[in-house]
Structures are given as structure tokens and as C-alpha cells.
Design a protein around this ligand. Structure first.
Ligand code: UD1
Ligand code: CA
Length: 464
């Protein structure tokens, strides 16, 4: 539905995203646009939305915390530095050397890095309307119950936009206007570069980009406004607005997942980061957090009260009241209640991890069961192992500071309260008695008991 896009791309449009400000009202050592929303820095949402609208020439103006902001933008846009923060007009001017010489660019799309709710379709519509109407500037106006802090849209007797007045310089009457400037513009490229240097400083010494509107109108050029709601255009200047923006973004994430086939029970109690993927027919129960780069398969049951961070979860997995961090979980695994998978845990298919099971930097082989009060760290546990209640790897040597590895081969049965004192290997199909403290390697197929554990007899295997 975008006639000006060729194959979804807007090759004749460049975008400038303003992100040099400090964000004083955040009262933070972190630059404003790096504050996170649903797991991602705010600036990421704006850059992504601009790129998804089809614009590939994207310039981000950085200043405050420039190195960190540049790192966050990564390869998704070019960055230019604004040395002195002299206002939004001056910020856009910094992008001129990168864009002015390019004759293919007819449109400059301008947005603020502190408006994370902006959508690709709004950008597309704005560019399209400007061209259709032949306006020099198209901007986005938003009806606002509480317009405080925003520039107000001034219209003439015929309802045409004649100026934007910043709150600081607005008259009492102008302040009552409840239509605000969203700070998103599509501007004719050559007109912009020609007129930007003629913006005069405001009484506070700042160069307001918004002054371009009155300038265009005074020349007899047309300025056109499209309307979009606060749920798309809201800016983030303080942490209360940060929380409001986060609410909107999380709501969008939940909606997209539900529409794609994931059931969320009592959705508002479920917090899912941007970029998380969940397969169809999975059900997420209340009080659950799914964060970072987590990917979850189909038909899983997650929660209630689970927290899953940066993990890959297979299909048909159950995770209730547990924490899973940087772990890999295979198909049909059952986790919890009250289990903790820590970084580097690899849980293969059909494993059962029950109450108070903790696994760190270890592989747990397929079909292994670990039902009660156990800690497995820095270990390689084979398939079909039975880990008795209270089993732990004592993997840390507090004299050398070294963490040693434990190997438990396939089919082993570890009796309740077994201590595996690493480095140690328990051979295939071996068995330990309750309370065994295993300090030496155990031969395959043998039973060891006691403190320290010593061989007792050959193991009689249960009938298959
Ligand atoms: C600005 C608009 C206002 C609009 C509002 C919408 C101006 C003068 N005012 O006000 O009309 O209602 O946005 O959200 O444009 N920035 C720089 N360099 C600077 C100054 C600012 O890069 O020298 C960046 C900031 O990092 C921010 C954006 O520009 O991302 C807007 O600046 P901000 O100070 O937040 O402007 P507002 O007061 O919100
Ligand atoms: Ca702002």
C-alpha cells in the first residue's frame, strides 16, 4: 500500500534520528536513548521502525554518551556527532554533509530517538502524504489531554498549520492548545538543507527545528499535518514516561504473540522482551518473565511464575516456578517447580528436573531424572541417569580456586546424598549408595558405598 516504495524500499528517502541529548529529566548517568524498554535500548526501536518502513539511508545524530550510543546503534545506521548540543535544528544540520550531495534523496525523514513507539506505517504514510500534497514539510500532530512539555501545533483560521510553538515560548493561550507536535517530519531534501542554516536561535540560545514550519509558511510553502495518537507518538523525557512507553510496547509484544498462536493467560501479568520467539500452541501462565534472546518451541507450558533469560527451549517442555538463564533445553523436558538452570546448562530431551534442582555449566543427558534437592555443576551427565535426592557435585577446590569437572556416564544410579568430589568419573551403569562421598573414579557396573566411597560389589541391573 505504499506506492512510493519499490519492493518495500524507499530509495529516495533518508532518515535522520536525533539522539544527542542528555535527557536531563531522566536524572541518570545513562544517556536517555540507552534506557531499556522490554530488553532493548530505546534508540533501537526508532532505528528498527525507520528501517522497516523501507528507508535504508539512516543517520543517527549522537552527542551525549556518543560512544555508547554508537555501539548500541551498531551497524544499523551511520552515526554523526553533534559536538555542542545547540538544539534540534543544529542536530539535523550535522547530518547534512552525509546526505546533501546525494541527488537521489528527495525526502528527509526526521524522528527523535526518544520516541520509541513510532511505527513503520506512520513513517510510510508521512512521506506519501507529503508527496501527494506537494507540501514542503509534512509533520505528525497528536491530540493530547495533557500537552505539557510538547510543542503546540498552531493552525490558521482555515485550519492549516502555520507554526509550531515550543512550550517555553508559548503564550498562555497557545499553551491551552491540545494538539502537540510529535517531532516526526518528512521534509523536501533540498529545501531542508537550504533553509536549516537560517533558523535563528531561540531566547534560550537553542536552534529549534520546529521554527522551520513558520519559515516554510512565510514563504508561501505548504505544511501538511497527519494525525497519530499518543500510543504511537509519545516521547520519553522522564522515567514515568519511560514506564508508560514500556507498557505500550509490552502490550504490542503480547498481542503479536497471541495473534500468532500463543496462549497468554492473564496477559498483563506476563512480561516478554522484544525479540523473544514462542511457537504455536504454547501456553504461558501468569507471573512469567521471558527475556532477552529466548526462543521457545511449540506446545510448551511455561509458568506460572517462571523466569527464562537468553535460553533456547525445545517443544513440549514444561517449566513451572523456575529460573532458566542462558540454558539449552531439549524437547519434552519437565522443569520445576523451583528449579534453577544457570548459564551453560544443556538439558537434553525427556529430562525431568524437579524441586530444587540446580544445574550450572553442565550437560544432562537424555532421559535423566533429577527430582529433588540437587546441584550439578561443571559436569557431563550421561543418558538415563538417576540422580538421587540431595546429590551434589563438589566441583570447587577452595585451595586452588579451580573448578573441576565431573563425569557421570550413561545409566548410572546415584544414591541419595551422594557427593561427587571432582575431578571424578562414575563409569557406565555404576551405582553409589546413599551418603557416598565419591573421591575416586568408579569402575563401570560397580556399586560403591561409604565415606570415602569404595567398591562393594557388581551392580545388578534392573530388568529392562
Ligand atoms: C521536541 C520538539 C517539540 C516536540 C517534542 C516531541 C523541538 C525544538 N521541540 O521537544 O516540539 O513536541 O520534541 O517529542 O524540536 N536532540 C539532539 N540535539 C540537541 C537537542 C536535542 O540530538 O541539541 C535530540 C534529543 O536527544 C531528543 C530529540 O532531539 O532525542 C528531542 O529533543 P528534546 O530535548 O527531547 O526535545 P523536546 O523538548 O521533547
Ligand atoms: Ca523529547
Amino acid at each position: 500500500m505504499r506506492p512510493f516504495c519499490i519492493g518495500g524500499v524507499m530509495p529516495d528517502t533518508a532518515a535522520v534520528i536525533l539522539a544527542a541529548g542528555q535527557g536531563k529529566r531522566m536524572h541518570s548517568a545513562t544517556p536517555k536513548v540507552l534506557h531499556r524498554i522490554a530488553g532493548r535500548p530505546m534508540i533501537d526501536y526508532v532505528v528498527t521502525a525507520v528501517r522497516e518502513s523501507g528507508v535504508t539511508r539512516v543517520v543517527v545524530v549522537v552527542g551525549h554518551g556518543a560512544d555508547a550510543v554508537e555501539a548500541a546503534v551498531g551497524g544499523h545506521a551511520k552515526c554523526v556527532r553533534q559536538m555542542e548540543l545547540r538544539g534540534t535544528a543544529d542536530a539535523v544540520l550535522q547530518a547534512r554533509p552525509l546526505l546533501q550531495g546525494d541527488a537521489r534523496i528527495h525526502d528527509v525523514l526526521i524522528a527523535h530517538g526518544d520516541c520509541p513507539l513510532l511505527t513503520p506505517s506512520l513513517f510510510g504514510e508521512l512521506v506519501q502524504r507529503r508527496r501527494e500534497t506537494g507540501a514542503m514539510i509534512a509533520l505528525v500532530a497528536t491530540p493530547a489531554d495533557d500537552p505539557r512539555g510538547y510543542g503546540r501545533v498552531i493552525r490558521d483560521a482555515d485550519g492549516r498549520v502555520s507554526a509550531i510553538v515550543e512550550e517555553a515560548s508559548a503564550s498562555e493561550k497557545e499553551r491551552e492548545i491540545r494538539e502537540i507536535n510529535a517531532g516526526v517530519y518528512s521534509v523536501d531534501a533540498s529545501w531542508l538543507w537550504e533553509h536549516l542554516p537560517s533558523v535563528k536561535p531561540s531566547p534560550s540560545g537553542e536552534y529549534y527545528l520546529t521554527d522551520l514550519v513558520a519559515l516554510a509558511v512565510s514563504e508561501g510553502s505548504r505544511v501538511y499535518a497527519i494525525e497519530a495518537p499518543m500510543t504511537v507518538t509519545a516521547g520519553v523525557n522522564d522515567r514515568a514516561q519511560l514506564a508508560m512507553a514500556e507498557e505500550v510496547i509490552r502490550e504490542r509484544i503480547r498481542r503479536d504473540l497471541m495473534v500468532s498462536g500463543v496462549t497468554l493467560m492473564d496477559p498483563r501479568t506476563i512480561y516478554i522482551d522484544a525479540g523473544v520467539k514462542i511457537g504455536t500452541d504454547s501456553i504461558v501462565y501468569p507471573g512469567t518473565f521471558i527475556e532477552g534472546s529466548t526462543v521457545i518451541g511449540t506446545r510448551c507450558r511455561i509458568g506460572p511464575h517462571a523466569r527464562i533469560v537468553d535460553s533456547r527451549i525445545g517443544s513440549d517442555v514444561t517449566i513451572q516456578m523456575s529460573v532458566v538463564e542462558s540454558a539449552e533445553v531439549g524437547d519434552r523436558v519437565q522443569i520445576g517447580p523451583f528449579a534453577h538452570l544457570r548459564p551453560g546448562a544443556t538439558i537434553e530431551a525427556d529430562v525431568e528436573l524437579g524441586n530444587y534442582a540446580e544445574v550450572k555449566n553442565s550437560r544432562i543427558g537424555a532421559g535423566t531424572r533429577m527430582h529433588h534437592f540437587s546441584y550439578i555443576g561443571d559436569a557431563d551427565v550421561g543418558e538415563g541417569v538417576n540422580i538421587g535426592a540431595g546429590t551434589i557435585t563438589t566441583n570447587f577446590d577452595s585451595e586452588s580456586g579451580v573448578k573441576n569437572r565431573t563425569v557421570v556416564e550413561d545409566g548410572v544410579s546415584l544414591g541419595s546424598d551422594t557427593m561427587l568430589v571432582a575431578p571424578v568419573t562414575v563409569g557406565k551403569d555404576a551405582m553409589t549408595g546413599a551418603g557416598a562421598v565419591v573421591t575416586h573414579d568408579v569402575e563401570p557396573g560397580t556399586v560403591v558405598v561409604g565415606v570415602p566411597a569404595r567398591p562393594l560389589r557388581r551392580r545388578r541391573m534392573p530388568p529392562a
